[in-house]
Design a protein around this ligand. Structure first.
Ligand code: PEP
Length: 249
């Protein structure tokens, strides 16, 4: 259900980046930024998509967006449709990031509508799931993940999909899940995805950086990373890509 390359390193810029920073970033990427066996993607803010499309493609980097609305067009002031993202050159769209679930209040019902709309337009969603610290500490991690994955019930067989496991307590905090926690949780997610008929790629996200990338990418069941802070600089982003290339080469 995921793209043909099993490992994906995707950079999520969140609400960061203006034009000159984006141009400098692309200039700092190595010539072929997607080594063999690793696909590299960048999700800049909407405002940069059109400008970055050809520049990223020249470096072998696929582009995505950080969110989308589920209606195709019309009176939805401030919203962006799946076809608009395709028109800018996007392949991926992040859905269900914890910042959107927790800060904006996005729920499972809206997310399923977004998934269906993204698929209808030919986008590949990267569906983010993850538990809060209190949920991990109370032993509720698997139940939380199961309920977040439940929106994948009856997914069309040919739907493109990537899942990103992002423990909320590890996002932007400098804390990462231990290799044992990552391996165990990814095994649970893969089992659950198989049960739902969605055997797709599962990324890890949460404070991935050049120093911990190799260890995290080496965990069984991890097929890439969703990278926030460390994707803002070409040097640190490339270091993560190259660590993944080493693991998956
Ligand atoms: C993210 O934005 O999905 C993320 C994992 O951020 P960070 O790498 O900064 O923790």
């Amino acid at each position: 259900m995921s793209g043909s390359v099993r490992c994906l390193i995707a950079g999520n810029w969140k609400m960061n980046g203006v034009l000159q920073e984006a141009i400098d970033f692309v200039g700092g990427l190595q010539e072929n930024a997607s080594p063999e066996h690793v696909e590299v993607a960048l999700m800049p803010p909407f405002t940069l998509l059109h400008t970055l499309n050809a520049r990223l493609a020249e470096k072998g980097v696929v582009m995505g967006a950080q969110n989308v609305y589920y209606e195709p067009k019309g009176a939805f002031t401030g919203s962006i449709s799946p076809m608009m993202l395709r028109d800018c050159g996007c392949h991926y769209v992040i859905l269900g990031h914890s910042e959107r679930r927790d800060v904006i209040g996005e729920n499972n019902e809206q997310l399923r509508k977004k998934l269906d709309a993204a698929w209808a337009a030919g986008l590949e969603p990267i569906l983010c799931i993850g538990e809060h610290l209190s949920e991990r500490e109370s032993g509720a991690t698997n139940a939380v993940l199961k309920s977040q994955l439940a929106i994948l019930d009856s997914v069309p067989g040919n739907a493109l999909l990537t899942v990103a496991y992002e423990p909320v307590w590890a996002i932007g905090t400098g804390k990462t899940a231990s290799p044992e926690q990552v391996t165990e949780t990814h095994a649970f997610i893969h089992d659950e995805l198989k049960r739902l008929g969605c055997d797709c790629r599962v990324l890890y996200g949460g404070s991935v950086n050049p120093s911990n990338a190799a260890e995290l990418m080496g965990c069984v069941g991890v097929e890439g990373a969703l990278v926030g802070g460390a994707s803002l600089k070409a040097v640190s982003f490339m270091a993560i890509v190259n660590a993944a290339a080493h693991e998956f080469g």
